[in-house]
Design a protein around this ligand. Structure first.
Ligand SMILES: C[S@@+](CC[C@H](N)C(=O)[O-])C[C@H]1O[C@@H](n2cnc3c(N)ncnc32)[C@H](O)[C@@H]1O
Length: 231
């Protein structure tokens, strides 16, 4: 996934900048099924968001503090990046950081992705999707709160261009299987590792680790990844 046009060292300096590392205080989890998250946001005027709307668009669902697309937007300046996040203070801080770094190919939206995504973008306007380490919601009665649901997968099938890649990651086997199976169950997607398989490092593209991914790696825990394509 890397396509370097800015030196990595410069990006890391940017990300470690004192202003950037200031943290928003937020609740650890919110319930996406709560009434206050049930209303779809209006789509922004995209030409006022990105300097060049003709660039392909990469979407990161559940971006939290947004560091993954903050880095990717600098590594791949020929793409636009959009992060969706349900905790508003994080989104406000992400967009402040974006502005501090004068990045014109990056934007974050506060919304419930499960409610808002279908109205935000148009058919064939999306070129890549990542869902990385979504909240696990272990209890059976809470599993409807998980981000990847059949309806979200159907929305993505509608928005993604043919051959667009989908990258899924989790450190929780059950959650990773759940996500992968929802995509495999939709006839518009193909699992490049074969149905029922996770991607090994040979096919999962090299990428910049997310915050959660770094934490999992540092603890020596396994990561389960799936790499699919829109047919
Ligand atoms: C465990 S964090 C992972 C963050 C990041 N992707 C990473 O790998 O470091 C999951 C994020 O998804 C957000 N989230 C959960 N449900 C969501 C939803 N329905 N819409 C948008 N964001 C959601 C949570 O608020 C949280 O910030």
């Amino acid at each position: 996934m890397q396509n370097s046009s800015t030196p990595t060292s410069e990006i890391i300096v940017n990300i470690c900048n004192e202003n950037v590392s200031r943290r928003a205080r937020v609740r650890e989890h919110v319930n996406p099924l709560a009434k206050k998250y049930s209303v779809a946001i209006a789509p922004p005027i995209w030409t006022e968001i990105y300097a060049d709307c003709s660039k392909p668009l990469s979407l990161d669902i559940g971006c939290a503090r947004g560091r993954y697309i903050l880095q990717m937007s600098q590594l791949r300046q020929d793409w636009n990046f959009l992060g969706l996040e349900i905790r508003e203070p994080l989104v406000d801080r992400c967009n402040e950081v974006r502005d501090e770094l004068c990045l014109t190919n990056l934007h974050y939206l506060f919304c419930n992705a499960n409610v808002s995504l279908s109205g935000l973008l148009t058919k064939n306007s999306l070129h890549e999707v990542t869902v990385q380490f979504p909240d696990p919601w272990f209890k059976r009665r809470q599993q409807k709160r998980r981000t990847v649901q059949p309806e979200l997968v159907a929305t993505l099938a509608d928005l993604l261009v043919p051959n667009a890649p989908i990258f899924l990651q989790s450190d929780i086997l059950e959650v990773a299987e759940d996500m992968r199976q929802h995509f495999e169950a939709n006839e518009n997607f193909v699992n490049l590792a074969g149905v029922g398989n996770f991607a090994d490092d040979a096919i999962f593209p090299e990428h910049t680790p997310t915050e959660r991914e770094n934490s999992v790696i540092s603890q020596g825990l396994p990561i389960y990844r799936a790499y699919l394509k829109r047919k």
